[in-house]
Design a protein around this ligand. Structure first.
Ligand code: URQ
Ligand code: ZN
Ligand code: ZN
Length: 485
């Protein structure tokens, strides 16, 4: 079937043009002025922007975590994403320590098959031995995985120590795969949690106290330095504070291949949420890294506008109130995670574009194109051009939405953006030419979503050689000294 989106302003990360978009089947066939196609279904986009579907590089659908399972599954989650203008998610296959990473990947593939829109998977490295080394190669070669996640936090669970980081980063270098990192010093968090709890602070307010910005800054800098020494690109997820941003900025100004992500929620919500007298409200904001004092939001917006932060995500990881209440007497037991997959694009447009912090093209870059380029899905994803997948959103800058758990499509009884009104939202969302969202109605189908293969980049060994071109390490030729007695 053909679809003709007429009369809008097409926005890519590069530019804005008044143009029509013709979709033939699952792909964009043409972009141009006054296009026509007999028999095509016409979608009126006059007064609206026509943008590439959003790509959320950080979600956790139905994740088994902290003794429970995230409430949103791959179908409900990708459906809610489509209502918010996001048409591709990259989720995480997270093996338990000692579990085959290939087996875990296959488990997540099974769960994701019911997705309503396209998806891909990062794979986490939570332990190390020769089988992990081997299976990383198989995942890259045969399964289109080009990014491996490392948690530097969550001690006694999925945390990586430096030995695992160094082994895995070295392997990624050989494979041409990208290393992604959750940067918080898990040992410090564990110690601070214990001290704070023993001081009698058992409520959600103990959470941010046990994860101060310095704990994130230390780990961010350590991951960046390890990547520097090994000569491998690194991507830091959910950077929430000045301390991490400083480490990223220093390294990028040095020309190091460091990529960095910011969550929509860390840009607009501050740490006052943890002092809410309503335990449930405070607990629903327990995520890692935590929400920060206001000055950190201002720095993150500048980092995004300056290109020090390239992608925006949600870390969508939902736990309903009964699940959160597992930590009623101990904040360390509150499952970490918040919602956001349906809200990210609206939040970034309302607080980013409407305030002049971002241009529409920069909005497209940080909500779609940059993630596609960094994770090697571009231009199949992330732009509107002939041959690209027809993941297209008609974005109405005047469409207002007041966010509420009562009306959202996310499978959770709480929304961290409750009551916020966003001006600018998705009017129509298409996934590979199929209309998933229109006139505030979801038309999603289980299994429409497809797995997106992400090929590896050229092995980075060359980069290492290039970096040390001047000073290839050479051995010193010398006569053996006389044996001292
Ligand atoms: O750390 C993550 O990214 C997962 C486990 C989601 N939870 C969270 O608090 N960020
Ligand atoms: Zn994380
Ligand atoms: Zn996460």
């Amino acid at each position: 079937m053909s679809i003709l989106i007429k009369g809008g302003t097409v926005v890519t990360a590069e530019n804005e043009t008044r143009a029509d978009v013709l979709i033939e089947g699952e792909v964009v066939a043409a972009v141009g002025k006054d296009l026509s196609s007999p028999g095509a279904r016409v979608i009126d986009a006059s007064g609206a922007y026509v943008i590439p579907g959003g790509i959320d590089p950080h979600t956790h659908m139905q994740l088994p975590f902290m003794g429970t399972v995230a409430s949103e599954d791959f179908f409900t989650g990708t459906s809610a994403a489509a209502a918010g203008g996001t048409t591709t998610i990259i989720d995480f296959a997270i093996p338990n320590p000692k579990q085959s990473i290939l087996e875990a990947y296959k488990t997540w593939r099974g769960w994701a098959e019911k997705s309503a829109a396209d998806y891909s998977l990062h794979v986490a490295i939570t332990w190390w031995d020769d089988s992990v080394q081997e299976e990383m190669g198989i995942l890259c070669r045969d399964h289109g995985v080009n990014s491996f996640k490392h948690f530097m936090a969550y001690k006694n669970s999925i945390m990586c120590d430096d030995e695992i980081l160094i082994s895995s980063f070295s392997r990624a270098r050989e494979l041409g795969a990208l290393c992604t990192v959750h940067a918080e010093n898990g040992e410090l968090v564990f110690r601070l949690q214990k001290e704070i709890f023993e001081r009698g602070i058992t409520g959600p307010e103990g959470h941010p106290m046990s994860r101060p910005p310095e704990v994130e800054g230390e780990a961010a800098n350590r991951a960046i330095r390890i990547a520097e020494v090994l000569g491998v690109p690194v991507y830091l997820v959910h950077n929430s504070c000045i301390d991490a941003l400083e480490a990223i900025t220093r390294a990028r100004l040095e020309g190091q291949r460091v990529f960095a992500e910011v969550l929509a929620q860390h840009l607009v919500i501050d740490d006052s949420v943890y002092r809410d007298p309503d335990w449930n409200k405070a607990a629903h904001h327990v995520m890692s890294p935590p929400f920060r004092p206001k000055e950190h939001q201002a720095a993150l917006w500048k980092g995004l506008a300056a290109g020090m932060l390239q992608t925006t995500a949600t870390d969508h990881c939902c736990f309903c109130t009964p699940q959160k209440q597992a930590g009623l007497d101990d904040f360390r037991k509150i499952p970490n995670g918040t919602n956001g997959v349906e809200d990210r694009m609206g939040v970034l447009w309302h607080h980013g574009v409407r305030t002049g912090r971002l241009t529409p093209s920069e909005f497209v870059a940080v909500t779609s194109a940059n993630a596609a380029k960094i994770f090697n899905m571009y231009p199949k994803k992330g732009t509107i051009a002939p041959g690209s997948d027809a993941d297209v959103v008609v974005w109405d800058p005047n469409k207002s939405r007041t966010i509420s758990a009562k009306t959202h499509h996310q499978k959770i009884d709480f929304n961290i953006y409750e009551g916020m009104t966003m001006l600018g939202n998705a009017a129509v969302t298409l996934s590979r030419g199929k209309v998933l969202w229109e006139k505030d109605q979801l038309m999603t189908e289980k299994g429409h979503g497809r797995y997106v293969n992400r090929p590896c980049f050229a092995p980075f060994w060359d980069a290492q050689k290039l970096r040390n071109a001047g000073a290839a390490p050479t051995r010193v030729e010398r006569k053996a000294p006389a044996r001292a007695t």
